[in-house]
Design a protein around this ligand. Structure first.
Ligand code: AMP
Length: 543
């Protein structure tokens, strides 16, 4: 017997419709690329998203075609989130920090048809457009009078001219909730990047879950600053959840330095912020010497990389701000766990609570976790035994876009590439990473790419890239090199060789020459052994 309740597809358009109807006067504030502050309401987000949807219909862009963005966190990007997906097209947020070659590759792989970009990325678009023949329209996210006359980019319009003439009335189409809504590329642990393709259903369910009290605890009383970029896993889903609860949103634009972020928090009464540890490092680094205090900030979600204990202490003891440690990944939309205490922990000492807070947290309803050994046998939840962390649930990837990399699942579970323990209360703690990538300031660096460039140098016989702890960037890559017999090569020569071949921040911080790199039985480089050998090594940039 089937239930007799209404069946309504879970669509992203319903979020913006809801925000307009129930929270139409809640504000959305953005620091623009130009540096000034833009202020409007959820009602206007809805009206302009509909204008955008009409503009996409007017150019007859078919259902499910990709509209790409190269943009900071801001109001026009927000309109793209709703207008593109809501009208049935797929929003493809591209990470502008990647090398132009990678961006061109990603845009072609995704078969992007339209590219919308902030003016700060004009040089980037000028560098790639000739290599992206599939992109038929370029939209600069600016006013008509800011459009450069001689950009050299074909079919370039300003966003305001493009949507400005369109009506604000639009009937959002109704379709299957499993339809693709947006996509985001993640650095492949091997080979090229692969894309997670989210659906309306996965995004809406994630938005519900993210807003829960023990998750991101978002409400109509909050003024939320997502510093986590909208080009990285939909800013952890905050734009969608904010529409769902009617929160005020505050966008930092490109100004992520401590001073700008601090001023925005104070000016806009932000009580809640979210971002990777590096951003908060810059914020605290600005506040301490200037003896500044927060007047409204109460909590901050920190994730994307492990949150250092000193940061949790500093936020709590010096500023009265609660840190919520979060873990997730692009393939998980991204939220998997959040670290909030249970009732029985409230009477514990601050020290004992801290032991829990440092963990990545417990699963959100909708995410199932397990840890397994090398044979796939499930390991106990004793808080001590580490194993490969597997997840499954309705907002977790089943397959990469275009089936890249084959079937990623193991018995229906997605292997995260993280190694973790889980304790009896369900708190997960990451202890290591099995995937061969380095995370620097919240952004991935593929060890394989770093190694491939090194071995392309005629004097290099073998190269291994490993991540080293760094106080600001969390991890930085170094490359360990074995020279060819008789070959001459200096550290400086090899670092110079990297220039232009990868994004600047992906170039290793140091080169360490060794006689041999330890190899395993199958001839694979033993990076765990290499890390042990280099345990006393100090990064030249860490001081
Ligand atoms: P991404 O797909 O770029 O969001 O990266 C996801 C990966 O970042 C995870 O698989 C972890 O390796 C790492 N990560 C995310 N959050 C945390 C955290 N709180 N602590 C440690 N590592 C994290």
């Amino acid at each position: 017997m089937l239930g007799l309740m209404q069946s309504q597809p879970l669509l992203i358009s319903s979020l913006i419709e809801f925000a307009q109807r129930h929270h139409g006067d809640a504000q959305v504030v953005s620091r623009r690329v130009e540096g000034d502050i833009h202020r409007y309401t959820w009602r206007e987000v809805a009206l302009r998203s509909r204008q955008l949807a009409n503009a996409l219909d007017a150019m007859k862009l078919p259902f499910s075609e990709r509209v790409a963005t190269l943009a900071w966190n801001g109001y026009r990007h927000l309109e793209l989130y709703f207008g593109v997906s809501g009208s049935g097209r797929v929003l493809h947020t591209i990470n502008p920090r990647l090398h132009p070659d990678q961006i061109a590759w990603i845009a072609n792989h995704a078969q992007d048809k339209v590219l919308c970009f902030d003016m700060s990325f004009l040089p980037l678009v000028q560098a790639i457009h000739a290599r992206c023949p599939g992109i038929g329209k370029y939209v600069a996210l600016c006013d008509a009078d800011k459009l450069p006359a001689d950009s050299g980019i074909p079919n370039l319009v300003s966003y305001e001219a493009w949507i400005g003439a369109q009506p604000t009335a639009y009937e959002w189409p109704q379709f299957d909730e499993n339809t693709a809504s947006s996509m985001c590329y993640t650095s492949g642990t091997t080979g090229n990047p692969k894309a997670a393709l989210y659906s309306h259903r996965s995004t809406t369910l994630h938005a519900y879950a993210a807003a829960l009290p023990d998750v991101m605890c978002m409400s109509a009383r909050d003024s939320i600053l997502p510093v986590v970029p909208m080009f990285h896993v939909n800013a952890w889903g905050i734009p969608y959840s904010a529409a769902l609860v009617g929160a005020k949103l505050v966008f930092p634009g490109p100004a992520l330095d401590g001073k700008s972020v601090y001023e925005l928090i104070e000016a806009e009464g932000v009580n809640y912020a979210a971002g990777v540890p590096t951003v908060w490092q810059m914020l605290l680094g600005h506040m301490k010497p200037n003896k500044l205090r927060f007047s409204t900030l109460k909590r901050t979600v920190i994730g994307g990389s492990a949150c250092p204990p000193a940061m949790i202490d500093a936020f709590r003891d010096d500023y009265g701000v609660e840190v919520l440690h979060a873990w997730g990944m692009t393939e998980m939309s991204p939220l998997g766990t959040l670290c909030t205490l249970k009732n029985k922990h409230l009477t514990m000492s601050t020290e004992d609570q801290m032991k829990i807070r440092l963990k990545q947290g417990r699963a959100i309803y909708g995410v199932d976790m397990r840890i397994v050994d090398h044979d796939g046998k499930e390991l106990p939840w004793d808080g001590k035994t580490p194993g490969d962390l597997h997840v499954k649930g309705p907002w977790i990837l089943r397959e990469y876009f275009k089936g890249e990399g084959g079937d990623p699942l193991v018995d229906g579970w997605f292997p995260t590439g993280d190694v973790a323990t889980i304790d009896a209360d369900g708190y997960m703690q990451i202890t290591d990473r099995s995937k061969d990538v380095i995370k620097s300031g919240g952004e991935w660096i593929s060890s394989i790419d770093v190694e491939n460039i090194a071995v392309a140098h005629p004097a290099v016989a073998m190269a291994a890239c490993i991540g080293m702890r760094h106080p600001k960037w969390d991890e930085r890559p170094i490359v360990v090199v074995v020279k060819k017999p008789g070959a001459e090569l200096t550290r400086e020569e090899l670092l110079k060789f990297y220039e232009g071949k990868t994004a600047k921040w992906q170039i290793p911080d140091d080169v360490v020459f060794v006689d041999a790199i330890p190899l395993g039985a199958t001839g694979k480089m033993l990076k765990t052994r290499l890390r042990e050998l280099l345990k006393d090594y100090q990064l030249p940039t860490a001081g």
